[in-house]
Design a protein around this ligand. Structure first.
Ligand SMILES: Nc1ncnc2c1ncn2[C@@H]1O[C@H](COP(=O)(O)OP(=O)(O)OP(=O)(O)O)[C@@H](O)[C@H]1O
Length: 270
């Protein structure tokens, strides 16, 4: 847990701890997917969780987003211990996520999909909308402005009115990112954002993640299988292997960690 701030070499401010995982253990019957893992996420940073197949990355992402409640350990968010919560409650606290298998409304346009990301911010209820049109209209205008800014930012203006189902994979991923960003999350969780992408798409996605963090100050936590892509992107990296944490630090620290090298080369464990 850290209360101080620092400025990175590229001029971004990394703030105090916003989320802390304390001694998390998660079991599925006899299988221990996560064993006693602790780490923190700081405001404004890009934090990656990496590891080989079956390391427990998805399980960890699902603990953060409330899909799984661990048998042991605590999740601390904004200075308070989080009680067991449903995923929608976690989302309500400002933790947005994307999914590896893209969860968009295929029949809806790009614009409408991104607008759904704003639902949490829409305060006027149906009753208020009926008796106080002005408030609902003002809200609608404000939501549209925010959404249009994100659409411009992610360079998807040209496909605003296109049904998502017609888009290629790389663009769908970008729309999903736009929708998550529209929620103005305190933490944005990305589930293997580069999976299934070609080199060019990976480069685009890396750039958007970096720019997003820079422009909106969004705190980003991502899980990724491919070690290469996250090293240029992340401020700090947690490395998991067989459900355990085997490394945690800057990309350089992690790259030179012998346990990490062994895990990625498939060296046998004790
Ligand atoms: N719902 C579940 N039921 C039972 N076992 C599970 C479940 N989800 C994950 N596991 C097991 O937990 C371990 C960690 O899996 P997890 O999917 O979290 O790893 P991962 O690092 O995300 O892997 P990958 O890179 O292959 O997606 C594996 O042994 C997996 O078989």
């Amino acid at each position: 847990m850290s209360n101080d701030s620092y400025v990175t070499d590229d001029g971004r401010t990394i703030g105090p701890t916003v989320m802390e995982m304390k001694n998390i253990t998660l079991r599925f019957g006899g299988v221990k997917a996560i064993t006693d893992i602790s780490f923190d996420i700081r405001e404004g940073e890009i934090r990656a969780i990496i590891g080989p197949n079956g390391a427990g990355k998805s399980s960890m992402l699902n603990v953060i987003s409330g899909f799984y409640v661990p048998q042991e350990g605590e999740v601390w968010y904004k200075g308070a211990k989080r009680p067991p919560m449903k995923p929608y409650q976690v989302a309500g606290q400002g933790i947005a996520r994307t999914f590896q298998n893209i969860a968009l409304f295929e029949g809806m346009t790009v614009l409408d999909n991104v607008m759904t990301g704003r639902l949490r911010q829409m305060k006027a209820n149906i009753f208020e909308q009926a008796i106080w049109k002005g408030k609902a209209e003002r809200e609608e205008v404000e939501n549209r402005e925010k959404v249009e800014r994100i659409i411009d930012f992610l360079e998807i203006q040209a496909i605003r009115k296109t049904p998502v189902g017609r888009l290629p994979y790389g663009l769908k991923k970008r729309v999903e990112l736009a929708r998550a960003l529209a929620a103005e999350p305190s933490i944005l969780l990305l589930d293997e954002p580069m999976a299934g992408m070609n080199v060019e798409e990976k480069e685009d996605m890396s750039r958007f993640i970096l720019d997003m963090n820079d422009e909106f100050g969004t705190t980003i936590a991502l899980i990724e299988h491919d070690m290469g892509v996250v090293m240029d992107l992340s401020d700090r990296v947690v490395v998991m292997d067989y459900g355990k944490k085997i490394g945690d630090g800057t990309p350089d620290e992690v790259r030179n960690n012998q346990d990490v090298i062994d895990a990625y080369l498939g060296v046998a464990h004790d």
